[in-house]
Design a protein around this ligand. Structure first.
Ligand SMILES: [Zn+2]
Ligand SMILES: [Zn+2]
Length: 176
């Protein structure tokens, strides 16, 4: 439950929101949350029950609007998540690990840990790149969120696949 490197925090936030878009819910069980955390570098033992699953989904839905919000609103949501879930950062060497930073309170639930760390990651990202660097895919049937650190090259789609699907669809629409 450490603070992963900044780019990993941003990816954690993006991937968490993208566990439910227009495609089916991926966090269907506590085991699915565990799998998500392991895939993102957390290690066992990871214990989550049904209430924990609901809490993680709730954090996800609090993060979602940040990706399409105006700057002041994005800041309000992220500050709220930090206020509720983060503590003053502190160094820890628990379990014989090298000294490292924690921003969630000792004994935080996974939902609290996710809220604190993803809000910190997105807040740092927005501070560096502006909230326009967060986005929601413009393809009609997608809704996945993404980040774009290249300010000079605005981005509208989550993947090249969505961009080309949209180009093909609009070309066909023009031909029809
Ligand atoms: Zn730790
Ligand atoms: Zn997309």
């Amino acid at each position: 439950m450490d603070i992963p490197a900044p780019d990993r925090l941003v990816r954690l936030a993006v991937d968490l929101v993208n566990t439910r878009t227009l495609s089916p819910e991926q966090l269907t069980s506590p085991a699915a949350v565990r799998e998500f955390l392991v895939e993102h570098g957390e290690s066992d033992p990871i214990t989550i029950d049904d209430a924990g699953l609901e809490a993680v989904r709730a954090v996800r839905e609090q993060l979602r609007p940040v990706f399409r919000a105006e700057p002041a609103e994005a800041a309000r949501v992220l500050n709220g998540l930090l206020e509720e879930n983060a503590v003053r950062p502190y160094l820890s060497d628990h379990d014989g690990s090298p000294w490292h930073l924690h921003v969630a309170k000792p004994g935080a639930t996974w939902a609290e840990w996710l809220a604190a760390t993803t809000a910190l990651g997105l807040a740092s990202f927005v501070a560096a790149h502006g909230s326009k660097a967060l986005g929601v895919c413009a393809a009609v049937d997608c809704e996945r969120v993404f980040v774009n650190a290249a300010e000079k090259r605005p981005r509208r789609f989550c993947t090249p696949r969505c961009a080309s699907r949209t180009r093909v669809a609009s070309y066909r629409a023009r031909q029809a």
